[in-house]
Write a protein that binds this ligand. Sequence first.
Ligand code: SAQ
Length: 376
Amino acid sequence: MNFKLESKDPGSKARTGTITTDHGDIKTPIFMPVGTAGSVKAVHQRELKEDIKAQIILGNTYHLYLRPGLDILEEAGGLHKFNGWDRPILTDSGGYQVYSLADTRKIKEEGVTFQSHIDGSRHMFSPEAVMDIQRTIGADIIMAFDECTPYPCEYDYAEKSMHMTHRWLKRCCEHFDKTEGKYGYSQTLFPIVQGSVYKDLRTQSAEAIASFERDGNAIGGLSVGEPAEMMYEMTDHVCNILPLDKPRYLMGVGTPANILECIALGIDMFDCVMPTRNARNGMLFTSEGIINIKNKKWDRDFSPIDPVLPGYVDNFYSKAYLRHLIMSKEILGAQIASIHNLSFYLWLVGEARTQIEAGTFSQWKNKMVSKVSQRL
Ligand SMILES: O=c1[nH]cnc2cc3nc(NCc4cccs4)[nH]c3cc12
């Protein structure tokens, strides 16, 4: 995997670049649609490619390991073959999902034992195990096994958790570096910076993570309920320490405004369930602001959903029709709203890239942040 830095914004730490993988290139800044269990919910691969123009999507190790399971994924030739997505895939390592989903989980030095939220079966995730699991899923970019420190938490819990994440990272690297990809293309491992909301711990973690000199670096432990100002402060601080010539991936972020602010702080890669999860509930992110399509004010608005966007759904369907579908819990409503929100997120990071190349990102960003946050 290779990262080429291209343009820099004169008024901020924003930059553009190109990540090259065996499944194609990724133009940054980029948003990665979340495909938890092997599909981006309610969206076809063709729509992801043609309408949304997604370049890389996410899978979750925890979900895919439990269902469909490794033997089916391996027999299929890996996740790319199984779900037909032939562009880059990134998988989260499962730690975060174990904490947020599994029952009776126990965190020990060796790893985390847990019961499946699906059938109660018992499992153990260790750094070595999740490296083998992600080798089998076959994502181009895989994440180290970490503990996403909960928010809020005491300083000494955050410190102990951070050091364990660093010890687990060492085990991940040693195990990953002595194994090969199973399907004939290369995979790379990103470490994850922790340290909660404590600047000195964030310094220690960013320096430790940078010292592993991997192909990219992720920032974890954020977008876990902390105030946005704290997310920005920690992101800014860590981006001042991580090497400039490697991509920075801010995990689980975020709203359109969060993404714009963090691009300005030097982040290149984002993922979040909000555009897809909130779409199914009728919350639409648009270039003019946020629309709750369930609001009665849209029931006779026959204008297109968001004509600024190039895709089919934004120009073919009206707000009134989409409101009707969401109110009626029609499956098509979830599909249209999900494609719209993802199209908007990809449009937004694409616009940011253009603005950075033009050297006008900073003033554009300040105007857009208030626009995309307003409630319509
Ligand atoms: O430290 C982390 N390590 C590994 N995976 C993560 C995933 C993460 N996802 C979020 N936020 C997700 C959401 C944001 C808004 C609704 S859900 N924060 C996250 C932190 C981590």
